[in-house]
Design a protein around this ligand. Sequence first.
Ligand code: FES
Length: 621
Amino acid sequence: MIRVKFLPSDRTVAVPAGNTILQAAIEAGVPIEGVCGGNGLCGKCKVRLQMDNTKAEKGRLTPAERKFLAEDDIEAGWVLACQHPLFEDAVVFLRDLKDVHERKIGTADSEKVGLHESSIKKLHVVLKKPSLEDQCADWERLIDALPVGNIAFSRLAASSLPQTLRNGKFNVTAVLDDARLLAVEPGDTTARAFGLAIDIGTTTLAVYLIDLNQGIVLASGAATNPQNVFGADVISRIAYASSPDALRELQKIVVGGINGIIESLTEKTHINISEIYQVVVVGNTTMGHLFLGIDPSFLARAPFIPVFNKAVEVNAGELGLAALETSSVTLLPNVAGYVGSDTVGVMLAVGADRLEGVHLIVDIGTNGEIILVGKGRILTCSTAAGPAFEGAKIRHGMRAAEGAIERVSISSDVEAMTIGSGKPAGICGSGLVDALSEMVRTGIVEGSGRLLDRPERLASLPPALRQRLRTAGGQAEFVLVRGQDSADRSDIVITQKDIREVQLAKGAIMAGIRVLMREMKVGTEEIEQVLLAGAFGNYIGRASSLGIGLLPFVPIEKIKAIGNAAGKGAQMALLSAEERQRAFVLAQRTRHMELSTDKRFQEAFISSLAFDCNSQGKANL
Ligand code: FES
């Protein structure tokens, strides 16, 4: 066995010699970026190995590593985690994704949710001590003293009751979820009651620790969904989960990732895990199935049938979730196979059932979910936007971590700004949208998406820009950052293929929007607001999103970012039984449009691929 230490998380694990870094990372519960399921095809699982024996490590480089890593990278110790075997103790450095995670959370700690009607009630009672004259059983003694009827017997709550009553000298607090007794605690603990709102994203997990008495977010945290190593999108996760063992592994791994965040939040706030009495979870339909360990296979093939759509309630203990064993974990309802409880959370957060006028809400994550509210209807659809905006499938794409180019402006030359202002290491979604919008505006990319190659047009470009256009490996590309200015000294480029990936993603989103608008019979001018949910929506340049035709061409002031609305919806459902009920009604009221069989979608998709689709007057299709 060898010992592998991962930094900056500072986790160490012992694994058999010959295991890959990825296998060690899975064992350690450390998430590694990667979108090809560990098959050496994407080059995204780059990690830096502290090389004590550089010659030996270099000798172990696989053809895939040689393909994806520049000579400078190799010298600096970069390897591909899914490819590189370890034969002696090692230290592995992972890119710090603090920025990605902070962007996902989008809520300041101590933020008031504005609701505190939790179904959790803590009742302090001082019981008469038993005696030979009063031999009433412990359970009955407690239940009879509580002002709540019909409390059913709970084996788990009763199991520790005798000790708790006596430790507390019969001065105890009963924790109830409506008429369900969750726990009994010694003394008066009524001031302390906590819950969790959890958003399980395909790429990122977000957890909010909430004070149920005060209705405030005490602390929040996020982490990469550790299932990420099994593929970037839901389809690869479903494919991986095809055997019972793999399904169990995915369930365990996501709960492990969530528990890691919970433990750090409770440590920071000095809260005991057994003081967490209620949990509300949102996520896309596939993530919901995998969280519960339920086979999602039939979501991947037509007619895309989930195992459940209605809200589901289980105990934390059943799932292995870090909370009081008896606490309820409620997964909000899904709308359909590809419109999950996270979308219901968004609808709850924006009050979709109370909005007047026409409102478009777009949540761009690994998938793109679209909600159109108006004329007394709520329509929704999901587009296979793909994870292009998360940096996957983009040659130098990366998540929004330090060193990612997030803003680009082009005049006589290119100006690229990075997160953290350091040297650029790659480009994240908002940088990509900015870059393409600028490249379209300046004519480097034609409206069709083709990189400029016609000599007569090239001549009109400023010389510095002209020199950035080149052909490499038979493919046209634009050098955004030259090697001398980048973090790892190699050029950062946007290739023709990258541009096509963005066209497919933005074309799918725009086409989905158009189908919903057509179904509701509304024009662009009738849209009162475009609300962008999710981390990407918070950071994307509004003008750039219009510039590439990702959104209908509305006046820019109508576009608003609303942060992690799915997480906000989960918080609201946690803090109010009424909001929870409203979520159920919203899910039922919402009409889901299945795009895969909708002819209008195919037509709209084709006409939405061009970057200048809005200027072609097709927005109202
Ligand atoms: Fe390692 Fe894709 S190359 S996960």
